[in-house]
Design a protein around this ligand. Structure first.
Ligand SMILES: [Zn+2]
Ligand SMILES: [Zn+2]
Length: 422
């Protein structure tokens, strides 16, 4: 009768983010807000679910996302809804719906939050994953591409990511792309036997899909495929040159990678990736580009757009390699007895109000167990105060890394830590 209640588990590929890992997440989110605000971008928050049709049109019918990765379901009213698989389509929908596209089209938005794709879960790739992204709408000028790239490079610096390389390319435009598609299709037809089933099915509708196919056979074949840059029209060449020039002026280092393509249909001209060799094979940390046709395709006016999105899980994997330096370690107060606690409590409160992270042992146990807790909290500094110290008016301040100990007057403690920045 009284069966033990069932224990629940999170859905596969949808994970809890628990402390202390949440510290790194907050660090990333805070850096994003700070940096993007400095360029005049404003935060936008769109719903988790949208009409399925928005992503079919906004991401592209032939993309892997729409073909096999979306979480789509019918709600009780019979409408087909989809959990957002990426951010841009929703942001553009909101931009049009709010009237901004028609009244004051130049807007910079940033967003952060969960996205959903039903992929095979692996390290750094979850079914509920998170993105930080930006969209700059309404600017045809190549300065827009350069600004978005520079801002993202700044954000990656600010967040402390290392070993990042910027790669740029151009995907052509509706004038020059059809000529390239024709050449590519000719090449793919010649090697039809080597292509995977997916590619064989979709190359007639969109031959460029084969360029970012994950199948090994397709990848090898693509190495010999014609390059888009050999088909760029004069305007595309000029746009690419202008973006490169602005990046040079802003002292942003980049390499040219003619093999960059985007998995989403709406990109044109500038395409770029921030990559790293420190995460094994999954080397793109952030990716973006220009998408001038998207606003029109989603029912808005003819307005240009440039955007970039970053996978937070992958960035966190990268940052976790040196999280000690990124996280502000706490100052730990080991207090022995009531007199010690009463003496230093006002100091602790003053430190916390000044932004110094302070932790203590709630149980008031032995020095040994307090030191253990300090270690668990990865404190770099421990302040030890017992009866002896209260009598002398001096605390013992131990540097946990160096193992060295010094005496600091209790009245000087707050000045000591606020000066050295915790
Ligand atoms: Zn072109
Ligand atoms: Zn393929």
């Amino acid at each position: 009768m009284c069966a033990k209640p069932k224990k629940f588990k999170a859905i596969r590929g949808m994970n809890d983010i628990l402390p202390p890992a949440t510290r790194l997440w907050q660090h990333v989110e805070e850096a994003a807000r700070r940096v993007f605000a400095g360029y005049g971008y404003e935060e936008i928050r769109t719903p988790i679910a949208e009409p399925t049709e928005l992503f079919r049109r906004g991401v592209g019918e032939t993309t892997s996302i729409v073909e096999k990765e979306m979480y789509s379901f019918e709600d009780r009213g019979g409408d087909s809804l989809t959990l957002r698989p990426e951010g841009t389509a929703s942001v553009v929908r909101a931009y049009i719906e709010s009237g901004a596209a028609a009244s004051d089209p130049i807007v910079g938005y940033y967003y952060m939050g969960p996205m959903f794709r039903r992929e095979r879960p692996q390290k750094g790739r979850q079914r509920q994953f998170h993105q930080v992204g930006v969209e700059l709408l309404g600017v045809v000028n190549p300065l827009a591409d350069a600004e978005v790239i520079a801002m993202f490079a700044h954000f990656l610096d600010e967040v402390g990511a290392r070993g990042i390389q910027l790669e740029i390319n151009s995907l052509g435009c509706p004038i020059c792309r059809p000529k390239y598609d024709e050449a590519l299709l000719g090449y793919l037809h010649k090697h039809k036997g080597t292509l995977c089933g997916d590619c064989n099915r979709r190359i007639e509708r969109n031959p460029m899909r084969a360029l970012d196919c994950k199948n090994e056979g397709c990848k090898r074949l693509i190495d010999g495929a014609p390059l888009l840059r050999d088909y760029w029209c004069d305007e595309c060449i000029a746009h690419y040159a202008a973006v490169s020039r602005e990046l040079d002026l802003m002292k942003i280092a980049y390499v040219e990678n003619p093999r960059i393509v985007r998995g989403l249909d709406y990109y044109m001209r500038t395409a770029f990736e921030f990559t790293t060799d420190r995460l094994g094979a999954q080397n793109a940390v952030a990716a973006g580009g220009r998408y001038d046709g998207l606003v029109r395709d989603l029912g808005g006016p003819e307005v240009a757009g440039v955007g970039c999105a970053l996978g937070v899980e992958r960035l966190i994997l990268l940052l976790a390699q040196y999280k000690e330096e990124i996280e502000h370690p706490p100052v730990f107060f080991a207090m022995l007895g009531d007199r010690a606690r009463e003496t230093v409590l006002p100091v602790i409160q003053e430190l916390r109000r000044s932004g110094v992270r302070v932790e203590w042992d709630y149980a008031g146990r032995s020095l040994k167990s307090q030191m253990k807790r300090a270690d668990k909290k990865s404190a770099h500094t421990v302040v030890i105060v017992g009866d002896d110290e209260v009598n002398k008016g001096e605390a013992q301040v131990r540097d946990m890394k160096l193992g060295e100990q010094e005496k600091v007057k209790i009245v000087d403690l707050s000045r000591h830590f606020i000066k050295v920045g915790g």
